[in-house]
Every structure is written in structure tokens, then in C-alpha cells.
Design a protein around this ligand. Structure first.
Ligand code: NAP
Length: 549
């Protein structure tokens, strides 16, 4: 006989920054919780992505929780851009300090969530046989957590070691003396290539699309500047929340086309020197909306690549010309372009000579065969929707989320999807998410969800469900704003273009964090406008024979 389902108030899926904060906030509401996490411990993306050179490219003092002024004061970051191990230590510290592991079962993947209309609850199943019933489900599953293997024949035949940057072995791997191939030149490739090059006997980089990358100019943080920030941390956090991308950057006043060439060049030089992602992207106010303006930034970066890389042919191969600057996520690097000046590093353009297959001994392209001892797939993720469509999620009327989203994700505010009551998506598609500092986006979403749940419980409401009309309007708005920009012109993971067969839809909301926050707060203040709130359905008492007449 099947065991009865364990009843809790909420299931939280994922134990990265989002899941952990959800545990913290929901516990304050006295909810009973069950967390599930596929990884062996807390950390989410920082638990999985342990590849050489992995760092955050948002500054460490900005990429961390703001909910606890105490943690903010007691934790001291050591570098401008924290390494993956340091971030994991930080997450570990927060989890310990607030006892956040208590309700989490690790090494457990949620396989299904099914809405039980009569009970107004979710039934959750896992790959370890857990059976849970919960009023709420919080999908804190991350935007970039479903690692994507490349569609290349023969991977399984390779006799050497293979790795995916997003699933790196915890014991690490020493590439000393090895002939290594890296496939992919997104952020993960660009961060790992310089470090792998230092270890390997020879590194071959297989590049399909060159990316725009800027120097990180990382440095150890000195105690005085850390103390200075800590002294004004609260005010700084507020400014972050009020900033378009969740980091404080001066808003540009000028169009790139308003200035003469010298003044424009000087602006780009200053932006490049900041060593920040947003410095260059926000150097002018029209880089992401005007092709000609954008081209000035693209040309500036290409000129830097040609300056750094000795061989002009290699420099040209590394120069992006097919997508506007900033429309595929740009990268921050440490000596990426200079790595191609090493004698033991070579660059293969697999757009010109595509990979045909992986053989037992290496990679075969249409023109050459590369003998390798190890291959690193830096091939990215089924972003944003991948983690949400992994489990079988079935809503009202037996509708599968996979079917509902077959033509692309549809959400109301990136927080909920119509027909799936009480299921919340933290930094879901249709929210600013990956376009802003994720730490800020996560806290904002979890706070909104916790406030919503508190509202429902105070009023004895059983469920909240987005209306189809509100969702349609929001999806239209997300698309309209995206269409004002150059983003839809790139084959990026923002557009789902990196996964064969995935609908081509711009998934995040590009209207900026302050505008978005205003909208979602306004919805909440207006008694959750655009949602249907349903009271607890009490079953009709069975009529006895005597009362029937
Ligand atoms: P990505 O940006 O999607 O890059 C994947 C790379 O693999 C691309 O160059 C892609 O080429 C290439 N690729 C995929 N399939 C291929 C195939 N079959 N043959 C040849 N090349 C193939 O993935 P990512 O580098 O892991 O980064 C994903 C996101 O994670 C980033 O954009 C960023 O948001 C986040 N991230 C952040 C940090 C950080 O510092 N905070 C670090 C790493 C990652 P195409 O471009 O042609 O598709």
C-alpha cells in the first residue's frame, strides 16, 4: 500500500541563494516546510559550477544577501570579484547561521508536482520516493541550472575525460601534461580558458560564436574600502534596489552618436577601465536600442581585441561581428584574449569548419582531426525554462506546464503562471532575473512571495492563480519592451536560441528592476490584481436520509 503523503505548508525546490532565502522568510511565517535539492549541499549554481576560474562577475560586496545587516557586517569578502569557493563558503556560512538546512533533503530531485483541485494542494514526488502534499510550491530552481550537452555525435565514444563546466567534479581535475579541448566561448569558457591554458600541455579552443569580453580588473579588497562600504551598506543596498540592473551605475545621459569620435573614444576608455560589465553596457544610453550606436561600442571592443592579440588573424577570429554588443551576455575576463598569444593555445573556428563528431581520440571537424586527452564542454544551459520544465508539473484540469509553454514561457510577472495555483517561480521568465544582479532579484521575488502567502493565510484563502488575461497582458508587455531593443537580433540563450527546437522568445523582462518592482508592488497593494484568490473549499456535508426531505 502506498504511504500517505507527508503534509507541509510549502515545498521549496532548490537550495541556492533563492531557495535558502525562501526557507528563511517562510519560516518566519511559521510555515511547515520541505525543501528538496538535487545537489549534495547548499549553493545552487555555486555548488555545481566549480570549473577552473569560476567567479562571479558582479562585485562580491553587491552579489550577496542584504536581508541580514548582521551577516553583512560579519562577513568580509576578500576580492572584488569572488571566486566560486569563496561564494560557496559564504552560502555555507549563511545556511549555518540561520540553520537553513534543517528542512532540506539533499541529493533529491523533484520529479513531479501535480495540482489536486479538490484538496487545493500540490502533490510532489521525488526521485527518492518522497511523497509530499503542500499548499504552496516555490520553484527556486535557478535560471542557469539545467546544463546542456552539445548536440555532437560520438561524445560517448571518447576515451579521455569529459567535463561540463556546469557539472564540475568536486575533487577538481589537474590538466597538467594533457592536450585539452574546450568547446564553447560564453562566460564559462572565457573564465576557464586562461586557467586551463596554464595547466595544459596544449589547449585547443573550439569557438562557434566569438563573444564580447571586457577585462575584470579583479583585485584583493583592502580592509579600508571594505569598512567604508560596510559603514554605508544599508544606504548602498537601497540604491542597488533602485537601480536598473540591481547594481549602482551612473545612468548615461548621452547617445553614443551625440559625441564626436574623440569624446566617444574617451568615454569607452573610461568604461573599459572600470572592469565592470555594466560600465561598458551603460557607457551611453542607446547602446542596446540603436544599431549605429551599438556598432561604436562593438568596434571599440574589437579594436581592443586586435590590440591584445598578437596574430591579426586570430584577433579577427575572436572579434564578434554577427551580433550587436551586449545582446548575448557579455563577459568579464582575466587575460582571456592574451591567452591566445601563448604558443600552447590554438583557436578553431567551428562556424567555418564545423565539428563533425567526437571520436575516441578527439574532435573531428570538416577539415581536421584534433587529438585530445580531455574535453571540456562549456556549452551552457537550457536557460530559464529548462529547470522549470524538468519535473512533470501538472496544473488545473491536468494541463502540463510543458504543453502550456510549448510556444514559449507564459507567466504573470515572472512569478506565477495561469492554471498553476500557488506555484511560484523565483526569478522566473518574464521577470528581470538574469538581466540584473541575481542576488537583488532573488530577494525581491522571495519577499513578494512571502508577503503574498502571508496575505492569503491572514484571510483564510486557499489559493492564488494568475488570470489568463493578466498573463497575456504581461507577456505582451515583456515582448513589446524587448522588441524596442536589439536583444531579439542575437541568437542568445536569452532567446532560447542555444537549444535546438526551443521556441525563440526573449525570456527575461528588460524594463528594469525599479519599474518592475513598482509594478509587482502595485499588484500586491491592489489586492493581487490580475490574480484569482479562492477561499478554502469546504466539502458539502453529506446529506443524511432524514434530512433529505
Ligand atoms: P553560454 O553563454 O550559453 O555559452 C555556451 C557556449 O558554447 C557558446 O559559445 C556556444 O556557442 C557554445 N556551444 C554550444 N553548443 C555548441 C556546439 N554544439 N558546438 C560548438 N559550440 C557550442 O554558456 P555559459 O558560458 O555557461 O554561460 C551561461 C551564462 O551563465 C552566462 O551568460 C552568465 O549569465 C552565466 N555565467 C555567469 C558567470 C559569472 O561570472 N557570474 C560565469 C559563468 C556563467 P554559440 O554562442 O554559437 O551558441
Amino acid at each position: 500500500m502506498t504511504a500517505p503523503r507527508r503534509e507541509v505548508d510549502a515545498v521549496v525546490v532548490g537550495a541556492g541563494l533563492a531557495g535558502l532565502y525562501a526557507h528563511h522568510r517562510l519560516r518566519q511565517l511559521d510555515l511547515t516546510l520541505q525543501g528538496f535539492e538535487a545537489a549534495g549541499d547548499v549553493g545552487g549554481t555555486w555548488w555545481w559550477n566549480r570549473y577552473p576560474g569560476a567567479r562571479c562577475d558582479v562585485e562580491s560586496m553587491d552579489y550577496c544577501y542584504s536581508f541580514s545587516p548582521e551577516v553583512e557586517q560579519e562577513w568580509t569578502w576578500t576580492e572584488r570579484y569572488a571566486t566560486q569557493p569563496e561564494i560557496l563558503r559564504y552560502v555555507d556560512h549563511v545556511a549555518d547561521r540561520f540553520d537553513l538546512r534543517r528542512d532540506i533533503q539533499f541529493e533529491t530531485r523533484v520529479t513531479a508536482a501535480t495540482w489536486d483541485e479538490a484538496a487545493q494542494r500540490w502533490h510532489i514526488d521525488t526521485d527518492r520516493g518522497n511523497r509530499v502534499s503542500a499548499q504552496f510550491v516555490i520553484m527556486a530552481t535557478g535560471c542557469l541550472s539545467a546544463a546542456k550537452q552539445p548536440e555532437i555525435d560520438g561524445i560517448d565514444t571518447f576515451r579521455g575525460e569529459t567535463f561540463h563546466t556546469g557539472r564540475w567534479p568536486h575533487e577538481g581535475f589537474d590538466f597538467a601534461g594533457q592536450r585539452v579541448g574546450v568547446i564553447g566561448t560564453g562566460s564559462s569558457g572565457i573564465q576557464s580558458i586562461p586557467v586551463i591554458a596554464q595547466q595544459a600541455a596544449h589547449l585547443t579552443v573550439f569557438q562557434r560564436t566569438p563573444n564580447f569580453s571586457m577585462p575584470a580588473k579583479n583585485f584583493p579588497l583592502d580592509p579600508e574600502s571594505v569598512e567604508a562600504r560596510k559603514a554605508v551598506y544599508r544606504e548602498h543596498r537601497q540604491r542597488m534596489r533602485e537601480s536598473r540592473a540591481g547594481v549602482v551605475v551612473p545612468m548615461p545621459e548621452h547617445s553614443a552618436l551625440e559625441l564626436d569620435a574623440d569624446a566617444r573614444q574617451a568615454t569607452y576608455e573610461r568604461a573599459w577601465a572600470t572592469g565592470t560589465l555594466y560600465g561598458m553596457v551603460a557607457a551611453f544610453n542607446d547602446l542596446l536600442v540603436d544599431r549605429d550606436a551599438n556598432e561604436t561600442a562593438a568596434e571599440f571592443v574589437r579594436a581592443r581585441i586586435h590590440e591584445i592579440v598578437d596574430d591579426p588573424e586570430v584577433a579577427e577570429r575572436l572579434s564578434p561581428r554577427k551580433h550587436p554588443f551586449g545582446t548575448k551576455r557579455p563577459c568579464l575576463d582575466s587575460d582571456y584574449y592574451a591567452t591566445y598569444n601563448r604558443d600552447d593555445v590554438s583557436l578553431v573556428d567551428v562556424r567555418a569548419t564545423p565539428i563533425v563528431e567526437i571520436t575516441p581520440t578527439g574532435v573531428r571537424t570538416t577539415t581536421d582531426e584534433y587529438e585530445l586527452d580531455a574535453i571540456v564542454f562549456a556549452t551552457g544551459f537550457d536557460a530559464m525554462t529548462g529547470p522549470l520544465l524538468g519535473p512533470d508539473i501538472t496544473g488545473v484540469g491536468g494541463v502540463a506546464l510543458r504543453n502550456k509553454w510549448a510556444a514559449g514561457p507564459r507567466t504573470y510577472l515572472g512569478l506565477a503562471t495561469a492554471g498553476f495555483p500557488n506555484l511560484f517561480t523565483i526569478t522566473g521568465p518574464g521577470s528581470p532575473s538574469v538581466l540584473v544582479n541575481m542576488a537583488v532579484a532573488i530577494e525581491q521575488h522571495v519577499d513578494w512571495v512571502a508577503d503574498c502567502i502571508a496575505y492569503l493565510r491572514e484571510r483564510d484563502l486557499a489559493s492564488i492563480d494568475a488570470t489568463v488575461d493578466a498573463e497575456d497582458d504581461w507577456v505582451d508587455h515583456v515582448n513589446e519592451v524587448a522588441d524596442l531593443t536589439l536583444f531579439p537580433h542575437a541568437n542568445s540563450w536569452y532567446m532560447g536560441a542555444n537549444v535546438p527546437g526551443k521556441p525563440r522568445v526573449f525570456m527575461p523582462y528588460i524594463g528594469g528592476l525599479p519599474r518592475y518592482t513598482e509594478v509587482v508592488n502595485d499588484v500586491a497593494a491592489d489586492d493581487y490584481r490580475g490574480f484569482t484568490l479562492t477561499p478554502v473549499i469546504t466539502p458539502e456535508p453529506e446529506r443524511s436520509a432524514s434530512s433529505a426531505h
